[in-house]
Design a protein around this ligand. Structure first.
Ligand code: MLT
Length: 265
């Protein structure tokens, strides 16, 4: 792990392998270790950069909402620091919100996009209220209650009952998240723009991935993105929920490697 100063925070990241750059943006409330298996699978051929977003993992938190635009700017500043002009941006869930904000602000820096278990729409008013309550809860009670409430929505019932190692991995990531980081991200997600119109202007190769049983960003959200992003392809992973790269690592990596081979020729 390395850290570098990005504006007001010290940002942590791993940078392994060499070749065309692939940057992985994790979801909420996770950290860069979400991508351990993807980094292992890719680093023989590609340069793999996995940052901890502001407020997550070993990166500093900041006061106020961590907006998706702000987090996208952090990624651009990290790329500047690493001398990476353009990269494949791979993302999951909140990482996808950041990836879309990044693509809008820095279109020339995106070689291709992977949007896993995410959506283009903004939050409803009700969802925004829930985010504000969750932010309060994280600050006053810590992450344990949030982790317990989220777990059954993140993984399939089968994973929850039969794969304790995956449950533990996801739960440990959530428990390690700093309450301030979680609260700032929740408020940032609540503020995010609706990208439904924007995504129809995306021209880079895009692969959309979703677990068929994703209860947070369901298949229908991915189908909508697929219909709006010209030339995009949709990969539906069976027996996977929201954290599809952890629940079906082999299928996820297979799709990812094939996509990268096609777009990075
Ligand atoms: C995530 O996995 O990043 C979040 O659950 C996304 C969200 O809450 O909208």
């Amino acid at each position: 792990m390395t850290t570098t100063r990005i504006d007001d925070i010290q940002m942590a990241y791993d940078d392994v392998g060499s070749g065309p750059a692939v940057i992985f943006i994790h979801g909420y409330p996770f950290n860069r270790s979400l991508w351990t298996e993807q980094a292992e699978a890719l680093s023989g051929k590609y340069r793999v950069v996995t940052p901890d977003l502001r407020g997550f993992g070993e990166s500093d938190s900041s006061e106020g909402p961590s907006t998706m635009n702000r987090m996208a700017q952090d990624i651009a500043r990290l790329m500047d620091h690493l001398g990476i002009q353009q990269a494949v941006i791979a993302s999951l869930s909140m990482g996808g919100y950041v990836a879309l904000a990044f693509t809008k602000q820095f279109p020339s820096r995106v070689k291709a996009l992977v949007l896993a278990d995410t959506r283009a729409q903004a939050d409803s008013d009700e969802a925004k209220q829930t985010r504000a309550q969750q932010a309060e809860k994280a600050l006053s009670e810590g992450m344990a209650g949030i982790a317990d409430a989220m777990l059954p929505k993140l993984l399939t019932p089968e994973t929850v009952s039969k794969r304790p190692e995956v449950v533990k991995r996801v739960r440990d990531m959530m428990l390690k998240t700093k309450p301030q980081g979680a609260a700032s991200a929740l408020l940032g997600m609540a503020e995010r723009e609706d990208q439904t119109e924007f995504i129809s202007t995306i021209t880079v190769p895009t692969m959309i991935v979703v677990g068929r049983e994703d209860a947070i960003t369901p298949l229908a959200d991915s189908e909508k993105m697929r219909s709006r992003i010209a030339g995009s392809r949709l990969v539906v992973l069976e027996n996977a929920g929201h954290v599809s790269n952890l629940e079906q690592t082999e299928q996820f990596n297979f799709a990812l490697l094939r996509f990268l081979e096609r777009v990075l020729v």
